[in-house]
Design a protein around this ligand. Structure first.
Ligand code: SF4
Length: 691
């Protein structure tokens, strides 16, 4: 099954892994006929994938053989941002890039900035040779915070790592809180377990400002205001304490800081929390009753968080508060109880071996936060900032579309004195600004190895087809650049298959990965039933000495949004920007069948808010705030609660009605923990476009 056949007309099936930024990390089975990938399907032998993929990745052949796929290196011929290029040979492109980067590095390598994220989640085509290349040069480091930093830090400070329940055991839970997740759309294979639990009698409650497809399928929906999840968790704790729905033995044995957290939670009666959340106090009382009674009856209660809720000012604290809840009721005693946001910390990835931070050789280059790339590209050099950014190398990311406050991002990318190299599959918004646009291979064309954050299986991706055109793996491109820049360290030699072996070293059986495509990590069923949290204390840390030592509040608290609407607000509507169902961040936006399903950029608005503005469904509207102006069609829908609009993302700017997307409106403000983005902490106003 695993090997591509050399027979030209043979049919073969190749095991792979979905590379996209999705908790499910599916095992793929690609059917190849006559050297062409004719079908990509879910691997039926992988328990979590269970033979099915989401609509997006089922269309992977359409994406791979897309007529606009980049197949040759390109050099800019028009003005920056015009997207005008001419073909150029690999040798000419790489030699010129190497010369330009060498010249900048000779003055100050920190003037070079890599910019990458989760365009592939692969450990090899992500940060392996690329990281070695930039470490060896001593370029600026990138703080890769744009998705999960606040929540990740919240978990680390509370549970000790990005760890939690095994996802398969949600099928046995009796109460599931789906908190900040549209699982039906964005975590489909978790939803399969939740649906099994529902069929077996479990109650499902969705907590989300948007009445998503998931909310519709749950028994209850709590439509709180964006950025108030921490207040809801405190109100819930208040009721658990008041009714003594607590596991005192668990609290005494396996937690730190209970007295202090209890005192704080008692300041949050349901009326106070409800006022902040924009919901009825009865909803908090009922939620506490369900959560407390479930545990009191000896039944497992589980929480599935996702990252949407932490994209606000107080996102880190909100995740801390929610992550505390299972310890209050002793939910961790059951394998089907506890909380899951991410299990990525369970994977024994040999990052130092892959990325080689030792190549910095004692240098400590500055770090630039990828969230503030808009401001930072426009900053002059100086003693505090260091050198102005002179060169950007972008791979696995589309910052012009996905970074906040994108008018500034585009302005920065348009700088004539900025040298920009982009590795891509398509001519994205970011690619339009490249000086050199280099064709990268897709997941069907290269080796990689994967961890996951929504389950606990390591996966291998084998190449199913030979690269199309002149497309090359990221690893090849950085190896070639290293050679042309005189970087002769042996770490740039070797094969991608060897890197795949190195990613887990001896911790995962590579022969089993080759044979099956996946390996399940050995883990206890109920890892925290008896404490054993990977915190400094070994306990669930309600109070974090580490945060206190940084001068921060050691206890979690509700942290209000940066942007809170009030009666005199010029921008009175809170906007969140969840993913459109057929897109995954800005990937798949140009796949015609998926774009056709989505139609046009859309803003969901509650009928009451629309009536107050004289809007009807289908109107073209201007969504605006002090940062910019975005046009799209409005849809009147009870998916939006009053006071909140849902700007579905992330469309490419150039496919938008006025050449912008929803990130024209989002801010570069950061979260309380982890220096993350605050995409869902954004006030706007909406008006009819009269022309
Ligand atoms: S995007 Fe998610 S659900 Fe879709 S195939 Fe990839 S891992 Fe599976």
């Amino acid at each position: 099954m695993n090997q591509p056949s050399s027979h030209p007309l043979a049919l073969s099936q190749i095991l792979g892994a979905c590379p996209h930024d999705c908790p499910d990390t599916c095992s793929l089975l690609t059917t190849v006929q006559d050297g062409v990938a004719v079908k990509v399907q879910g691997n039926p032998a992988h328990p979590h994938t269970a033979g099915s993929l989401c609509t997006k990745v089922s269309r992977y052949p359409e994406r791979t053989y897309h007529p606009e796929r980049l197949l040759h290196p390109l050099k800019r011929v028009g003005p920056k941002g015009s997207g005008q290029f001419k073909p150029v040979s690999w040798d000419a492109a790489l030699s010129d890039i190497a010369a330009r980067l060498s010249s900048i590095a000779a003055r100050d390598p920190q003037a070079i900035l890599p910019y990458s994220y989760a365009g592939t989640m692969g450990l090899v085509q992500g940060e392996s040779i690329a990281a070695r290349f930039f470490n060896k040069l001593g370029t600026s480091q990138l703080e890769r915070t744009i998705c999960a930093a606040a929540g990740g830090e919240g978990l680390v400070q509370t549970l000790g790592g990005k760890v939690g329940m095994r996802v398969e055991f949600f099928a046995e839970s009796k109460l599931i809180l789906i908190w900040g997740s549209n699982s039906v759309s964005s975590n489909l294979h978790f939803w399969r377990y939740a649906a099994q639990a529902k069929r077996d009698g479990a109650k499902l409650i969705c907590i989300d400002p948007r009445k998503s497809e998931t909310a519709e399928k749950c028994h209850e929906h709590i439509a709180l205001l964006p950025g108030t999840d921490g207040a809801l968790a405190l109100g819930l704790m208040h009721e658990l304490i008041q009714h003594d729905w607590l596991d005192h033995d668990y609290l005494d044995s396996y937690t730190v800081g209970w007295d202090a957290l209890q005192a704080r939670a008692l300041q949050w009666p349901p009326e106070r929390a409800a006022a902040v959340c924009g919901i009825a106090p009865e909803q908090i009382r009922a939620l506490a009753h369900d959560y407390g009674a479930c545990a009191h009856n000896g039944q497992p209660a589980a929480i599935r968080m996702n990252y949407g809720l932490q994209r606000v000012h107080g996102g880190g604290n909100a995740v801390r508060l929610i992550a505390c809840l299972p310890a209050l009721i002793g939910a961790w005693r059951h394998r089907a109880g506890g909380v899951l946001l991410s299990n990525s910390g369970a994977f024994p990835v040999q990052r130092a071996a892959l990325q080689r931070p030792d190549l910095l050789a004692g240098r400590t280059p500055r770090s630039i936060n990828m969230v503030t790339i808009g401001d930072d590209l426009l900053r002059a050099g100086g003693p505090e900032f260091g050198p102005a950014i002179e060169a950007l190398v972008v791979y696995n990311s589309n910052p012009v579309a996905v970074a906040p406050e994108s008018a500034k991002v585009a302005q920065g990318f348009a700088r004539d004195d900025l040298f920009t190299v982009v590795l891509e599959h398509f001519q994205t918004d970011t690619a339009d600004y490249a000086d050199y646009l280099l064709p990268a291979t897709t997941q069907l064309e290269h080796w990689d190895v994967h961890s996951a954050y929504g389950h606990t299986d390591a996966l291998l991706n084998r190449p199913a087809i030979t690269p199309l055109g002149e497309a090359k793996p990221n690893t090849w491109i950085f190896r070639e650049l290293a050679a042309r820049m005189g970087l002769t360290d042996p770490c740039f030699a070797g094969s991608d298959e060897a890197l795949c072996r190195q990613a887990y070293g001896d911790a995962v059986d590579f022969d089993a990965l080759l044979q099956h495509g996946f390996v399940t990590l050995p883990m206890l069923d109920a890892p925290f039933a008896l404490g054993n949290f990977p915190t400094p204390s070994g306990k669930c840390e309600f109070f974090s000495e580490r945060l206190a030592a940084q001068g921060l509040d050691g206890l979690p608290d509700h942290v209000p949004n940066h942007e809170v609407a009030h009666s005199a607000s010029a921008y009175p509507l809170a906007m969140i920007s969840p993913p459109a169902r057929n897109f995954l961040n800005s990937s798949f936006v140009n796949v015609k069948s998926l774009q056709d399903s989505e139609g046009e950029p859309l803003l969901e608005m509650h009928p009451d808010d629309a009536a107050a503005r004289g809007l009807t469904s289908g109107d073209v509207v201007r969504v605006f705030n002090s940062r910019g102006d975005y046009r799209c069609r409005v849809e009147l829908s009870d998916r939006a609660r009053p006071g909140v609009v849902n700007g579905l993302g992330v469309w490419w700017r150039k496919l938008g009605l006025n050449g912008t997307n929803v990130n024209q409106l989002t801010s570069q403000n950061l979260t309380d923990l982890g220096h993350g983005p605050t995409f869902y902490d954004c006030l706007v106003e909406v008006a009819l476009v009269v022309d």
